[in-house]
Design a protein around this ligand. Sequence first.
Ligand SMILES: Cc1ncc(COP(=O)(O)O)c(C=O)c1O
Length: 368
Amino acid sequence: MKVRDFLLERYFAKYEFSVRHMLSASDCETLSVRELMEGADAEVEGLWKELRLSYTESRGHPALLREIARETGLSADEAIVLNPEEGIFLTLNSLLDRDDHVVVLSPCYQSLYEIPKSLGCEVTRWYLKKEDGEWTLDLPFLEKAVKENTRLVIINFPHNPTGFLPSIEQMNAIAELSVKKGFFVFSDEMYRGLEHDPEDRLPSAPALIRRSVALGGLSKAYGLPGLRIGWITSTDRWLLDRIAALKDYTTICSSAPSEILAIAALRRSGELADRCRGIVRENLELARSFFREFSGRFEWFEPRGSSVAFPRLLGGQSVKDFCERAVTERNLMILPDCVFDVDWNHFRVGLGRRAFPEALSVLRELLD
Ligand SMILES: Cc1ncc(COP(=O)(O)O)c(C=O)c1O
């Protein structure tokens, strides 16, 4: 398989563990194993203590599948447990063939378009638009972009890197178009649970769109990326069987300790997501007033969900130089938009970490 380097992951690999300050992480403040297990019920505590480190069930621990079913509104046999990035890889490899046409909401996490490209698919990028300081969805573009051979439309809500979240009416419009034009929908829901107003939370795609598959996981909204636990859900049994068969060539099964910790997490999912959303909300207020104060230097675009935002640098300096200066002069990592394959002079801000106020004050020093 020939695939281009993953620009964002290469950037993180270079700086994530060496810089002192991080402004652009997309995950939320994590928990220790002790903190997670302190809240566990007696059954999970028993599973953890008696855990034997053997191979596990390929589709996932039955108790974990039940928790995922509760979380997503599907049934346990409509889910497979896997590593989130693996979920993208296996699903796209299962669904797509050479010369299929794929429409990908953009800018986005690179594997969502790079894997289709590596499989020989034709990829159309469907960019979010900017209107009055907000991100908007261009549904007429999607309607025009879909062709005879469009096999798949890939969406990601709440959206990385903009924090965009559509209305239920917009999601229904995508569902209707999917029926009318016959395409499948891949819905990346890694940030589901991080809607800034919980009232805006959308149903998971398979509950809305008949021919769809969704990716969820514990990395973002629950603050547990180190578990490497995610899930694919769909009502399409053929697709799930295909993904399960391909998984034999990647990880075979998930890590036994991670599965038990994931059960512990999902039994407290409301509480863990509230905790992450609380951190994001506090940081978002700080970010808003900071970018208002420096409105001559930045253009702010209000996010409605996720743990990220995507403001624009004004004033003629290239965002790439700006990010390079931040890292060399202030030990501060800021993610430039080139890692999302766009050249709009935007950068990503990560709102999920407790050290965000400190990182923002380092950015202030850089501006001063
Ligand atoms: C939109 C999106 N999908 C999938 C992933 C992959 O999640 P993980 O890093 O937990 O494998 C990420 C990670 O940043 C993401 O932002």
